[in-house]
Design a protein around this ligand. Structure first.
Ligand SMILES: *Cc1c(COP(=O)(O)O)cnc(C)c1O
Length: 486
């Protein structure tokens, strides 16, 4: 044996061994990381909703990645000073912008354990236990929206990918060919999330005809207008193949009349997909179930546990009622994955997704559900829904505010009116004032061509006192702006 080769191997080994730290080192790393997390969460209790970025560019530039690392402790310090607290705080009690999210600690530890144990959760042959848990979580999510146990599903990184996955399945189920795309019609509304049109484009369906169906006064699809549009498209030789219904729109929180749309989808034999990324999980509470009636009759649904279930970013779900449609949309052959060896009773995530390797996503939801049960999640969702109604009532009573419709779920919008001048410009000024102030966070959008302020209640840290505090801040900032108008 070549002695110099052996020597070289020994030298490489001694350097590479740090990639598998021993028990004592692991304990030290963990202590630091946990102390970091605890300090962050203490800060989080009274944290602003928006904080300026003071010098993160320089700090990151001063820590180039290379052979001389800054080390674990200094890296954590850099995070704490320049990363963790900078910019928006989307899990904060005062965060009402976009769609607020959570940082449930049980779920964060689920991610930690999933990473430490790192089973290959793509295949039930490789990780039978992990995939069983993955499937249990999918089945539970399916039961929330009244889907049968025979449905298929997949845990994704979020709602955009979940919607995309449903679009691909619907495309395959409709048997569409490239030559049909220019005549293929998708029905949606002006409130549909942009990830649908982007998903269509990425799925190769950018040439499809997007048919924007008129809405009622509460921004919900008009079923009769939908049926008329389908009829006109059939008369015109086009191919109606997909209806995308909303279960909670981003701007207005609206839920389309799912039951009536399901009647039309059934009669016309068109795939009905529901984007419930924001709103679908309100099916966990009685008030939400009333609004979402009919969701169980759809062909597919997308939902975001990282919104409605208070989890950190990184968990969406797509559910498809016809399991075979989903499986055949993603079917693949690969010599290195032998079906003879990999055969298993349990469906494998790799057969229902474009992903092969993937994190064990279910654990971040399964662990909290096993630790806490479903009741706290049901209560939190009902609380948010009622807090939004409460906020709507408070805003309706405020001078100089024009409120939108009473929320169906937990998103509402309003316009603060200027003493004089352009109302649209005034919303931008108010949004900027809110960002500069930092105590609360609201985002603006355009509804019916008018700039509006949105108020979305979903952070698990937001309770009655926080909504009251937000109302006081809003009143104060609006009054201050009125004064500057002179
Ligand atoms: C958030 C959202 C999406 C996109 O989901 P991501 O998890 O951000 O990818 C899609 N549709 C609606 C209605 C949403 O609120």
């Amino acid at each position: 044996m070549n002695e110099s080769l052996l020597e070289h191997l020994r030298a490489l080994e001694s350097v590479a061994r740090v990639l598998a730290p021993g028990a004592e080192q692991r304990a030290a790393l963990t202590r630091d990381a946990v102390a970091h997390a605890q300090a962050h969460l203490e800060w989080h209790e009274t944290a602003p909703s928006m904080a300026p970025d003071l010098g993160s560019a320089e700090a990151v530039a001063l820590a180039p990645i290379g052979r001389d690392p800054i080390g674990w402790k200094r890296a954590l310090e850099l995070l704490s000073t320049h990363v963790d607290k900078v910019g928006q705080n989307p899990t904060g009690a005062g965060f009402f912008a976009y769609i607020p999210v959570g940082n449930l600690y049980h779920a964060a530890l689920g991610d930690y354990l999933a990473a430490v144990t790192n089973r290959f959760s793509g295949s039930s042959f490789a990780a039978p236990g992990a995939v069983r848990i993955e499937n249990q979580v999918i089945q539970w999510l399916a039961s929330l929206v009244g889907y049968p146990a025979t449905c298929a599903g997949n845990l994704t990184s979020g709602g955009s990918l979940a919607n995309f996955s449903a679009i691909v399945t619907a495309r395959e189920a409709a048997g569409l060919h490239a030559r049909d795309y220019g005549r293929a019609v998708v029905y949606l509304t002006d409130q549909t999330h942009h990830c649908i049109t982007r998903g269509l484009k990425v799925a190769g369906l950018g040439e499809c005809v997007p048919r924007r169906v008129p809405m009622d006064a509460r921004y919900r699809m008009e079923p009769r207008a939908l049926d008329r549009a389908i009829e006109a498209d059939l008369q015109g030789g086009r191919i109606p193949w997909l209806i995308v219904a909303n279960a909670g729109t981003t701007d207005t929180g609206s839920v389309d009349p799912l039951d009536s749309i399901a009647d039309i989808a059934r009669d016309r034999k068109i795939w009905m997909h529901v984007d419930g990324s924001y709103g679908g999980l309100f099916a966990m509470c009685a008030e939400g179930r009333k609004v979402l009636k009919g969701i169980e009759r759809s062909d597919s649904v997308a939902m975001d546990p990282h919104k409605g279930l208070a989890l950190p970013f990184g968990l969406g779900v797509v559910l498809v009622k016809d399991a075979e449609a989903m499986r055949s949309a993603y079917a693949f052959e690969a010599t290195y994955i032998s079906r003879d060896v990999h055969a298993s009773e349990d469906p494998s995530p790799m057969d229902y997704s474009t992903e092969l390797s993937r994190p064990f996503r279910a654990l971040r939801l399964w662990l909290p559900l096993q630790a806490l049960g479903t009741e706290p999640f049901e209560a939190a969702l009902e609380e948010k829904l009622l807090l939004a109604r409460y906020a709507h009532a408070r805003l309706s009573g405020m001078e100089g505010i024009e409120v939108g419709p009473e929320p169906e779920l937990s998103v509402l919008f309003f316009r603060a009116l200027p003493a004089n001048g352009d109302p649209d410009e005034f919303q931008f000024r108010l949004e900027r004032a809110i960002q500069d102030d930092g105590r609360i966070n609201l985002s603006s959008s355009t509804v019916d061509g008018k700039r509006v302020m949105r108020f979305a209640v979903l952070s698990p840290h937001t309770h009655l006192a926080d909504v009251d505090a937000a109302m006081a801040v809003l009143e104060e900032l609006i009054r201050a702006l009125w004064k500057t108008e002179g």
